[in-house]
Design a protein around this ligand. Structure first.
Ligand SMILES: NC(=O)c1ccc[n+]([C@@H]2O[C@H](COP(=O)([O-])OP(=O)(O)OC[C@H]3O[C@@H](n4cnc5c(N)ncnc54)[C@H](OP(=O)(O)O)[C@@H]3O)[C@@H](O)[C@H]2O)c1
Length: 369
C-alpha cells in the first residue's frame, strides 16, 4: 500500500513537471515566434512587390527585397499565380499546426504556391532552364513579382495555354492526376464519378479522367451542369435534385472532393472492387460539416482494409514528372484549365474571400502585372 502511494505521488510530480515545462516551452515559443516581416529593411536595394502573411489571418501587399536564386534554384518573373484551399488554412494557421508553422506569427510569411512566368536567372547547378524560358509549377511565395523555385518543381509551359491557365495548374492538377491514377488506378472504360466537379480540383479531375478514357459522371450544382458537360463529362448530376448514392448506377471509382456521404452510402454505388478516392472535404474555406466529413474520411480510411471496396486518402505531392504529364495533356489539347476569375495582386485578400465562399467555378487566378 505504501509502495503504491509512493508510485502515485511520484507519477503525479512527474506529470506536473511535464505540464509546467511544456507550458513554459509553448509560452516562450509563442512570444519568440517572428518572421521575415520583422526583419524587412525599410528601403530594399532591389525592390519588388509581394503578398505577405505577416500575421495569422491577414494578407498585405509589401515592397520587399527581390529574392536571389541559390545554386540549385531558378528565379522566375511571375506572370500568374492561383489560390488553393490550403492557402486559406495556412493563412489562418490552425492551433494544431502552429507548432510547425509558427506559434504567434507564421514562420514563413510568403504566400501562394501555383505559378507561371518567365525564367529571369538560374543558379549554377541548374541545367534544364535558361533565362527567357516560360515555365509553370510550384514555388513557395508565388504571389509576388519574382519567386525562386528548385528546377524539380517546374516544367516548361506549353505554347497553347496562357500564363493564367498554366499558373492555375500545379496543386489542383496534381491532386486530380495523382488521385485518379495513383490512388484510383484509373483504366479506360471505367465508370468514374467526380463528386464536387465544378471547383478547382473537380474541373481538372473531370478532364483528366476523360483523357484516361473513363466514362465520367460529374456531380455539381445546377448552375455548373453546363460547364461540366463542356469540359467532357458524359453524365451530370445536380446534387440539389438527385442524390448519387441512391441510384442504380455502379461506379468503379468515386473521386470525392466533398465527402458528404457516409461509407455505407458510397459503398452502395461502388462496384464490388471499386475505389473511393478521398480527395477533399468540400469547398475551400470553413464550412458547416467539415469536422463530420473529416471524421467520416478517417473512419472510412480505417474501415477500408477490412472490405473489398477501398477508400483511399492521400495528399498530393509536387513531382516534376507529374507536372510533365499535365503539360503534355495541355499540349495535346486534352486538358484546358478552367478559370473562374482573375484578380490583380493587390486584391489577393478579396480573391481568397471569394474562393472561400465555396462556389468557385474552376480556378481563381492572381495576375501579376
Ligand atoms: N488531397 C489533397 O492533396 C488536396 C489538394 C488540394 C485540395 N484538396 C481538397 O479538395 C477539396 C476541393 O478543393 P477545390 O480546390 O476543388 O475547392 P473549390 O475550388 O472550393 O471547389 C469546391 C467545389 O465543391 C463543390 N461542392 C460544394 N458542396 C458540394 C456538394 N454537396 N456536392 C457536390 N459539389 C459540392 C462546389 O461547387 P458548387 O458551387 O456547385 O456547390 C465547389 O465548386 C477541398 O476540400 C480541398 O481542401 C485536397
Amino acid at each position: 500500500m505504501k509502495l503504491l502511494k509512493r508510485i502515485l505521488k511520484w507519477a503525479g510530480i512527474v506529470i506536473l513537471v511535464l505540464v509546467v515545462v511544456s507550458g513554459l516551452f509553448l509560452f516562450v515559443s509563442y512570444w519568440q515566434s517572428s518572421n521575415d516581416c520583422d526583419r524587412d529593411i525599410a528601403v530594399p536595394a532591389h525592390p519588388m512587390k509581394a503578398i505577405r502573411k505577416c500575421e495569422y489571418g491577414s494578407l498585405t501587399l509589401r515592397t520587399v527585397e527581390k529574392p536571389i536564386p541559390t545554386d540549385d534554384q531558378v528565379l522566375i518573373k511571375v506572370r500568374a499565380a492561383s489560390l488553393n484551399a490550403a492557402d486559406g488554412h495556412l493563412l489562418r494557421g490552425s492551433f494544431v499546426m502552429r507548432p510547425l508553422t509558427g506559434m504567434r506569427k507564421p514562420k514563413d510569411s510568403r504566400f501562394g504556391i501555383d505559378c507561371a512566368g518567365t525564367v529571369e536567372a538560374v543558379g549554377k547547378n541548374v541545367t534544364q532552364f535558361k533565362p527567357g524560358d516560360e515555365v509553370f509549377g510550384a514555388a513557395n511565395g508565388a504571389i509576388a513579382e519574382y519567386v525562386c523555385a528548385p528546377e524539380r518543381t517546374l516544367v516548361t509551359k506549353p505554347d497553347n495555354v496562357t500564363f493564367e491557365q498554366a499558373g492555375s495548374v500545379a496543386v489542383a492538377g496534381l491532386t486530380a492526376l495523382q488521385g485518379l491514377r495513383n490512388q484510383g488506378n484509373i483504366q479506360p472504360g471505367q465508370k468514374v464519378l467526380v463528386n464536387g466537379a465544378s471547383g478547382g480540383v473537380g474541373t481538372f479531375a473531370v478532364q483528366i479522367a476523360k483523357a484516361f478514357g473513363a466514362e465520367v459522371t460529374a456531380v455539381c450544382s445546377p448552375r455548373n451542369l453546363e460547364q461540366a458537360r463542356s469540359i467532357g463529362a458524359d453524365h451530370v448530376i445536380d446534387y440539389t435534385k438527385e442524390d448519387f448514392t441512391v441510384g442504380d448506377q455502379r461506379y468503379d471509382m468515386i473521386f470525392d472532393n466533398v465527402g458528404n456521404h457516409t461509407i455505407a452510402e458510397r459503398r452502395r454505388v461502388l462496384a464490388p472492387n471499386g475505389v473511393c478516392v478521398l480527395a477533399g472535404m468540400g469547398s475551400a474555406g470553413k464550412h458547416e460539416g467539415q469536422w463530420s466529413r473529416l471524421a467520416g474520411n478517417l473512419k472510412s480510411f480505417f474501415v477500408s482494409p477490412f472490405i473489398s471496396q477501398k477508400f483511399k486518402f492521400f495528399i498530393a505531392k509536387v513531382l516534376k514528372v507529374d507536372l510533365g504529364v499535365l503539360r503534355d495533356l495541355m499540349q495535346e489539347g486534352k486538358l484546358t484549365p478552367v478559370i473562374d476569375r482573375e484578380y490583380p495582386m493587390s486584391k489577393t485578400a478579396e480573391a481568397l474571400d471569394y474562393l472561400e465562399e465555396g462556389h468557385a467555378r474552376g480556378k481563381i487566378v492572381i495576375k501579376i502585372e
